[in-house]
Design a protein around this ligand. Structure first.
Ligand code: GLY
Length: 429
């Protein structure tokens, strides 16, 4: 088989790394990829949202399976265009990707199909929203309806902060048309977790639950990032909780989407809050998480390509999924200054020290300079991942590996997995 992966981050490197292990695969392309991905795939210089060129490439190269990484092309209708040309692609249609592309649609679906989530209201008019914000309780969450590169949800503590967020999103339109409507919802207390379900529109298979670390500083302080580290399985979603997530959230959502004539094929990412009253949905995403993919894919024992083909061809009824009984910890190394402004072009040293060690290095913001050296090229630069038999061993190994890599201004959180440490205190994990 020839496989095309779309994207250039740590998530896509993890996807390519897992896909190249499949005996079904002869050749992998990645558009546009990065120097890490180039170890396993031929990188082609096409951007993820350039659907006409992706389509032309896939037709010309007779690609057997396309795997989109990021959400933007899915929400733009990439899957519909590929399927119209008879190409096999693992991902939701444009109508199904609205689960991520419109927060108001996701909330509406959850209300209709009794999927637990925070109470909410949608506003199409800034003055109407302002009146509501004067009367409601705080804290609450204000969300731009559309895609906003992970920055569209703001937790506000009082009316003043709420008015500011409203003005930014709906009046100044800092996220463009994504802010034409907003969702205002109750603030939920609990511990967050990410659950990934592969689906063919009817059947589902869960991967290990994971936990992300979105704020930039230790102790979950400071501004949000794309994610500074992750681990799996997340003990907050134990076997009993996983069962509830499946029955109360994943299954009714997949069933609801089918009933609405928007069958959901691909990976459904449920961002959850595990509250005192059980699991509730914070948001749905129509793709793998980044950096969660970097920990859940190495713990998948099954052939990912076989599963993706079955999902795309609506044949998951007999799909078996094997999850490794190990732990994975990912520490993200970022450019100093991220998620604000940062410099790029810094030489990355030490990668060669890890060759032959049992460590996975997934590249994100990297490129080769004129001399062929690998240098920084983005905010999140590398995902350093260790898979071990215990959580403690995985965490120790990931941090030991991070200690061998250096670049000017390198920053990483020192407390990845601190919530797991609390859950696992007194156990041998
Ligand atoms: N880890 C957060 C995201 O992928 O959206």
């Amino acid at each position: 088989m020839k496989v095309l992966v779309i994207g250039s981050g740590g998530r896509e490197h993890a996807l390519v790394w897992k896909i190249q292990q499949s005996p079904l695969v002869d050749k992998i392309y990645c558009a546009p990829g990065n120097p890490g991905i180039a170890q396993h795939a031929e990188c082609v210089d096409i951007q993820p949202t350039d659907i006409p060129r992706l389509l032309e490439f896939a037709v010309n190269e007779k690609i057997d399976l396309t795997v989109p990484g990021p959400e933007a092309p899915l929400v733009q209708g990439l899957v519909d265009e590929f399927e119209a040309k008879g190409l096999t692609i693992f991902g939701p249609s444009q109508k199904a990707a609205e689960l991520e592309g419109s927060k108001a649609f996701a909330k509406w679906l959850m209300r209709k199909y009794n999927v637990p989530t925070a109470e909410w209201q949608v506003f199409y008019d800034a003055e109407e929203a302002r009146r509501h914000l004067r009367e409601r309780e705080y804290p609450c969450v204000i969300k731009a309806d559309g895609l906003a590169a992970g920055k569209g949800a703001v937790i506000v503590q009082d009316e003043q902060q709420a008015e500011h967020a409203l003005d930014e999103i709906m009046v100044r339109r800092v996220f463009g048309e994504a802010g034409a409507k907003i969702v205002v919802e109750d603030y939920m207390r609990g511990e967050e977790a990410s659950v990934f379900a592969l689906s063919d529109g009817e059947n589902v298979a869960l991967l290990h639950p994971a936990q992300d670390h979105k704020p930039i500083f230790d102790g979950d302080q400071g501004p949000n990032t794309g994610g500074m580290g992750a681990y799996a399985p997340a003990p907050v979603v134990d076997t009993a909780m996983q069962e509830r997530v499946l029955r109360e959230i994943i299954e009714p959502t997949i069933r609801g989407m089918a009933m609405e004539n928007r069958p959901y094929r691909g990976v459904l990412y449920a961002g959850l809050m595990i509250t005192e009253d059980g699991p509730k949905v914070v948001e749905f995403n129509c793709r793998f998480g980044d950096p969660e993919a970097q920990v859940v894919l190495p713990l998948l024992g099954s052939d990912l390509v076989d599963l993706m083909m079955k999902a795309a061809h609506r044949e998951m009824h007999d799909a078996q999924i094997e999850l490794l009984e190990q732990w994975a910890v990912c520490v993200v190394m970022a450019s100093g200054g991220y998620p604000g402004t940062y410099e790029t072009g810094k030489k990355i040293i030490g990668l060669e020290k890890l060759v032959g060690e049992d460590i996975l290095i997934f590249h994100a913001g990297t490129r080769r300079n004129e001399g062929g050296a690998i240098v920084t090229a983005g905010g999140r630069v590398l995902s350093v991942v260790a898979v071990r038999d215990t959580f403690h061993a995985a965490r120790e190994a990931a941090y030991a590996a991070v200690g061998k890599i250096a670049f000017d201004g390198a920053y990483y959180r020192k407390d990845i997995g601190y919530k797991a440490l609390k859950h696992l205190a007194g156990t041998n994990s």
